[in-house]
Each structure stands twice: as structure tokens, then as C-alpha cells.
Design a protein around this ligand. Sequence first.
Ligand code: F6P
Length: 496
Amino acid sequence: MRVAFLNPQGNFDPHNSYLASHPDFGGQLVYVREVARLLGQMGHHADILTRRVTDPDWPEFEAPTDAYPGHENVRILRIPCGPERFLPKEDLWPYLGEWVEGVARHYREEGSWPDFWTGHYADGGLAAALLEEASGVPFTFTGHSLGAWKLDPLLKDEDDLPAADARYNFGARIRAERVAMARSAAIVANSEAERREQYDHPAYRGAVDVRDDGRFVVIPPGVNLDIFDPDARGEQEEETRESIQAAHERDIDPERRDLPAVIAWSRLDPKKNHLALVEAFAGSDELRGQANLVMITRGLDDPLREPGGASEEERPILNALISAVDRSDLWGGISAFGLSGQTALAALYRWGADTGGVFCLPAEYEPFGMTVVEAMAVGLPVVVTQNGGPQETTDGGQAGLLADPRDPEDIAAKLLRLLSDRETWKAYADRALERSHDLYNWRRTAEGYLRLAEEARRGERGGDLSFPIPDFARQPAPAELPRLDNWEPQPEHPAG
Ligand code: F6P
């Protein structure tokens, strides 16, 4: 089977050089790479199609083709569109049709279409719909993150819609998502919660029906167990421990340096809700007495004291964190520093587990929560948001504690349950380890995609190919992108 993964945004390079250091470089990079590599290992062929960028600031994305060493069956193919420079994913829409034509041209020149397309995120989904129209080859859609749920919390006032839409081009993104949902042969969700809750937003009605649509398939993603395992200590182990120690010596009071850590690792994005965790520490003397707070801020070293290097999006988050730390004088018990790459992250989790720490992700909502499962796989117990995928990944709170992300007291109480009792800590660490290793491995994910590809090719699955594809996705692209003129925000994410 020859499978083509469509990802106009995110770019890809053999080292995932920018993972988590920019909003466009999140879990999707790991997801697509791992499924593609597993398919390759199983003897199939996988192409990862992404955008070619010729920009001195992003030299890794310039070559037209690339490969992962040791994975001969997987190609990274970079197709140019629009200006040569790097563009954030929100600005790609006017060039998507051109990108799709470039992808089609590539396969025509090679003499055959792939056997199956799989579109990732809104832009990849719309590209897949256009390519299936051109080739007759079916596609699946994997949303990763849906626009409607990103837009809702941005609408604090009635007249916020035009500004949010202009900045993030939600009009194009949500139309793209609707087309991808309606026309795909299957919609891949990471968890039941994602299917039930994310796709039930009114913005997607008419394109998909979560109550009665057999095209939904839940395929959980995996964890790279070669890296995220208690015993997978590698070359970077020592180096990472030295970085942690150096950060402790810089930030943590000497008498606190032997305390375990509550570890937070996620992008500085409002939806990740770092502030609730800082507030949990601020509001609990007991928690402050039991642990330090260690925040990993990829690409930023010591951003609580030197926020100057942060992006425009990260600055307000850091400012709020700094005020909260100042207000409650948490200095001496909190450290924020950068670590880069998955092996360093796994080494950090192993250090956390060896020293009796806890991983915490108090995000408003997590469709799946890959970092949570990665921490679990190393044997680091977790306290995570009760909203979304962690309900399933922690087996309803059996293999990790669930907390209300809007309630810092609840977060503090759950952290203390683990930190203050060694037996409880051990029981959750063991269950986390067992569950993550049993259920979340990439081979199973790749097998799930293969099954869908085979079913779609046999004609057992199909989408609504009469659902219209909007003009902005076609060449020549119209000057204006579609805008949202009215919107029905959902008050908050449905709690799990
Ligand atoms: O990498 C995970 C991911 O969901 C990507 O698919 C996407 O680039 C990003 O994170 C989230 O995007 P957004 O904030 O636009 O929903």
C-alpha cells in the first residue's frame, strides 16, 4: 500500500527541529511521522507531503525531498506554494489550491497516484478533498484540533468575532474542516471523547453527525516506547540531568533542591492553562512544602525572569504567570527552562519519576493529551484535566488523577494525593505504566489506518462527494477569504 499524508502546515524534517517551539509544530509532527514510519516498517510506502520553504530562518525545510535515516520506505516531499518564506498555518489558505496542484503534478510525473490519501488538520483535510476529486483516490481526515473550539474562548465580547476571524482566518478553516468531514471516507478521532464532544460543535452540523455517522473511527495514537520507557536511558540522559540541576541551582532555594517536582510541559498557549497550576501552588502552603514547580518552556530559557525572547502570543501568558509568581512570592520554588527533543523530555520524566515527582497538564480541554501518555509510559504519575481525552487515557482516573482545570484547589488536592503518600504515588505510577504500554503504541495506530485504507479501497467506506468544495480552495484563488458573519459560541468545553 502507498499512503500519502497531507500536511501543508507544520513542515517536517528528519529531526522535528522545531517541535513545540512554535504553535505550528505540535503533536501532529510526531503523530504523522510515527504512523508513516510504522507503515514503512510494515513493508508499505508512506509519503509525508508538506510545504517547501526557502527561508534563511528555516533552513531545514528547503530541500525538495528528505528522509528519516533507517526508514527507506518513507519520503518527506516538500511542495512549494505562495511566497518562498515560512508562513504560519493561518496564512496558507490563499495558496492551498496551488499546493494541491503541486502535489497532483508530483504524482502525475511519477506516473501513478498513491493508493490512499490521509489529510491532517483543516488544511490537510481540504487538500485531501481536492486531491480525491482529482484522482478518485479516497481519503481519511484527522482533525488534530478543530477551529470552532479554538474560536469560542476568543470571543469574550460580542464584537470580537471580526478581529478573531481576520487574525486566524477561521472562516476558511471551519469551511475546510466541514468539507474534509463531509467528503472523507473516514474521520479518525483519537478518543471517544474527541469524537463525541469535539465534532458535536454546532459549527459542524450538516457536515457530520456524531450520533449517526458510521464514518467515525477511534484510533488512539501511540507513544514511542523506544524513548518513553523507564529503562530507555540513552545518550542524552546525563546531559538532561545536568540541565535540570543547573536550572535548580539557578532558580530553586538550596534547602528545596531535594524536593520532588511537579512537571509541566506544553506550549505556552492559553488553552494549556499554565496559570491554574501556578495558582494551585500559590493557594496551597502544603503543596509548596511538598514540591517545586518545574515548567519546560521549549525554546525559552528562564522566561519568568527574562520574557524578552517570547513570541507575541506567549508574552501575555508569561506576564500573567510572572504576576502570579510575584503576588504569592513563589520565587525559589519554581523553575522554567527549555529542553529540546523527545529524548530529553523522556529523560526529564525519568528524573521526575526517580525523584517522586508528578506530571501535570491542567489544560482547559485536551482532545487526547499525548504528553500525558508519554509521561505515563515512563512511570511518572499524572494529574490531568478532566476535560477530554485524559478521561480515557487514565481509564476514568484509575491510571492518573483527573482535576478540574478551572479549580486550582482541586489541582492542588490531586497533586497532594500523589505527593504526600508514597504508596498512592507508586500505585498510580504502576497503573500508568501498564496502561500506556498496553494500549498506546504506534503499530496499532498504523494498523488502524491500513484497515481504513483497505476498506475505503474496497468501496466499503465513502463520504458525501456532493458536499461542495468552496472556491477559495481552487485556482486561481479569489482575492478574499470567506469570513464568519455570525457565530454561536458554546459556553465551554463539555466536561468529561
Ligand atoms: O500539533 C498538534 C496541533 O493540533 C496541530 O495540528 C496544530 O498545528 C496545533 O496543534 C493546534 O492548532 P490550533 O491552535 O490552530 O488549533
